[in-house]
Write a protein that binds this ligand. Structure first.
Ligand SMILES: [Zn+2]
Length: 115
């Protein structure tokens, strides 16, 4: 791969990431859960097709099973249990379990990077 090709590939990844961000923003703004779901589906498609990693902050915003956009108290419930956060999707009852420790580690990492 020559330098130009590498540059193009990097640019494509950046564009994919931007598009994923835009789609999640649209999902957040969408009043209809079905519309939000469509945006999530599109974002996930871009992520897998372009092999762009979904940022961790976005990963917790949708249901892996039915692609519903998760809004705490609206389309999902949040419970904490044994140092874990349990998200339950109200559309399909799928549960997403996020350990506290990992989130804190990520937070620390971000803070570390910010300095
Ligand atoms: Zn679901």
């Amino acid at each position: 791969m020559n330098k130009r090709m590498f540059g193009l590939k990097k640019q494509a990844k950046e564009i994919s990431r931007e598009r994923i961000e835009i789609l999640f923003n649209e999902a957040k703004k969408a009043k209809n859960p079905e519309t939000a779901k469509r945006y999530v589906q599109l974002a996930r498609k871009i992520s897998t097709r372009t092999k762009t990693k979904m940022p961790a902050s976005f990963k917790i915003q949708f249901c892996k099973k039915c692609n519903a956009y998760l809004v705490p108290g609206k389309s999902c419930t949040i419970r904490t249990r044994n140092k874990k956060i349990v998200y339950t999707c109200l559309a399909c009852n799928a549960r997403k379990i996020v350990p506290f420790a990992r989130e804190k580690a990520q937070e620390a990492k971000q803070k570390h990077l910010a300095h």
